[in-house]
Design a protein around this ligand. Structure first.
Ligand SMILES: Nc1ncnc2c1ncn2[C@@H]1O[C@H](COP(=O)(O)OP(=O)(O)OP(=O)(O)O)[C@@H](O)[C@H]1O
Ligand SMILES: [Mg+2]
Length: 435
């Protein structure tokens, strides 16, 4: 009986995911029917949409109380329901919960699977486990292969970068005949550069998602082998795999790092030359061999990248990925808050207080605030949602990590921008009055 009722209620919630009142009512009903774990999830999601929603908060508190192991001993009256005695409505594995206090592991598990799956990286990995291509064994031992489900719409803010990627990369790739008519070469690749933790890898995955392509990540430093010819063989195998999986985005991460490995490989500099040559050869044959292979690279330090790679027809386009702007910070914060109980969070205030924070820094802020709220909850014996006080506390502890990058970038912009390659960077630094 309940099943049918809840099926239509869940359908209603799915149709209006932002409706906090509706969701709270569903949460209340779930709680009444002895399903506190699900009630907790829905109340938490309602609070994301309506921070401070009093009824949702009440349900959340009651649900968390019902989930406490102590309450489990005398199982809530309706648990399992009379109609379905066998239904496993109660949370499993209580044995590993402490005798008193809240079962955090279980609650986290419940919240983690909340009705709104995170739209970012993790969700796609869950949906599509890495594909291990058959054929050439060892060939791609150093590559990670997946099929991202995120698109550029999942990348918060950064309108300029997205626009540029669409115009200079995605559109020509999607319409090779138009590109050819205008003499635009599809050869070569694009480098994303900028401070750490600001979304380069994330954006590259989103590009693969846009194209419905496989995403193959490889660190060139890992491809370098000590034996003669090994590096070239590995690279060739990698490109062969990528072509077989086309459409595919081959993502060369940290391409500056190959410089650091020069001395470690046989033949030193010449070994590196061979690799760069092989890489260029593979890229040059791309249009002939395969229309569906796109090469993207990322680095924090483009000024350390081998100049041979940057010549026209090679990685000749560079896009600066800056610390997230306000819309991007909002999207990132929302994503991280989304899986946690919150109340009274003034998202805009947090957004304003986090200029220059990288995506990774923002995550750190939310995690620190959550830790503080958790500690309080353990003391109180019930879930106390993350509030602004927790966030303020976290903000006092976490400082933006992009500062040192900006210092080195400033030097390059001041002295090494002879060919205009870093015009974007110069413009940005001027806007910030850092130059
Ligand atoms: N604009 C954005 N929109 C949404 N999420 C973002 C954005 N920028 C960063 N993130 C989040 O921040 C995390 C870190 O970003 P990412 O790993 O892509 O940075 P990176 O620039 O590749 O860093 P590194 O230079 O250290 O490799 C991502 O997993 C993503 O969740
Ligand atoms: Mg990265």
């Amino acid at each position: 009986m309940d099943d049918a009722l809840f099926a239509s209620l869940f359908a209603a919630v799915d149709a209006r995911p932002d409706d906090a009142d509706l969701r709270t009512q569903v949460a209340q009903l779930l709680l009444d029917r002895g399903r506190p774990a699900e009630a907790l999830q829905h109340a938490a999601v309602a609070l994301q949409h309506a921070p401070g929603h009093a009824a949702a908060l009440t349900v959340l508190t009651q649900a968390s109380a019902a989930l406490r192991p102590a309450a489990g001993a005398s199982e809530p009256p309706a648990a399992g329901g009379n109609e379905q005695p066998a239904a496993p409505a109660a949370p499993p594995s209580r044995e590993d919960a402490p005798a008193e206090g809240f079962d955090w592991a279980h609650a986290e598990q419940q919240l983690g699977g909340s009705a709104m799956p995170p739209p970012f990286v993790d969700s796609s990995q869950q949906e599509a486990p890495p594909i291990v291509p058959g054929g050439e064994p060892e060939a791609d031992a150093d590559a990670e292969i997946e099929r991202p489900s995120i698109t550029l719409d999942d990348v918060g803010g950064l309108q300029d970068v997205k626009q540029r990627l669409r115009e200079s990369f995605l559109e020509p790739m999607r319409h090779p005949e138009v590109a050819a008519a205008f003499g635009k070469s599809l050869r070569g690749g694009l480098i994303l550069y900028g401070p750490p933790g600001c979304g380069k890898t994330f954006i590259a995955r989103a590009v693969a998602g846009e194209l419905g392509a496989h995403f193959i990540t490889v660190s060139l430093a890992d491809v370098l082998g000590p034996h003669l010819g090994e590096t070239e063989q590995k690279l060739h195998a990698l490109f062969t795999t990528a072509r077989r999986l086309a459409p595919a985005v081959l993502f060369l991460d940290e391409i500056d790092a190959i410089g650091a490995r020069r001395s470690g490989i046989s033949g030193g500099w010449s070994g590196l030359r061979l690799m760069v040559n092989q890489l260029l050869m593979e890229m040059d044959s791309m249009t002939a061999d395969n229309d569906g292979l796109f090469v993207l690279a990322a680095t924090n330090a483009p000024w350390d990248v081998d100049p041979a790679l940057l010549r026209p027809g090679r990685f000749d386009r560079m896009t600066l990925v800056l610390p997230p702007d306000e819309p991007a910070r909002e999207a990132i914060l929302q994503h991280h808050f989304a899986r946690r109980p919150i109340a009274g969070i003034d998202l805009q205030a947090v957004v304003r207080a986090t200029e220059d924070f990288s995506g990774a820094d923002l995550e750190h802020v939310v995690v620190s605030a959550a830790e503080q709220a958790m500690a309080r909850s353990v003391k109180a014996g019930r879930i106390e949602p993350i509030g602004m006080d927790d966030v303020r506390h976290a903000l006092r502890q976490v400082k933006p990590s992009t500062g040192s990058w900006l210092v080195s970038a400033k030097n390059v912009a001041a002295f090494a921008n002879t060919d205009g390659r870093y015009d974007d960077l110069v413009a940005y630094l001027k806007r910030r009055r850092a130059l």
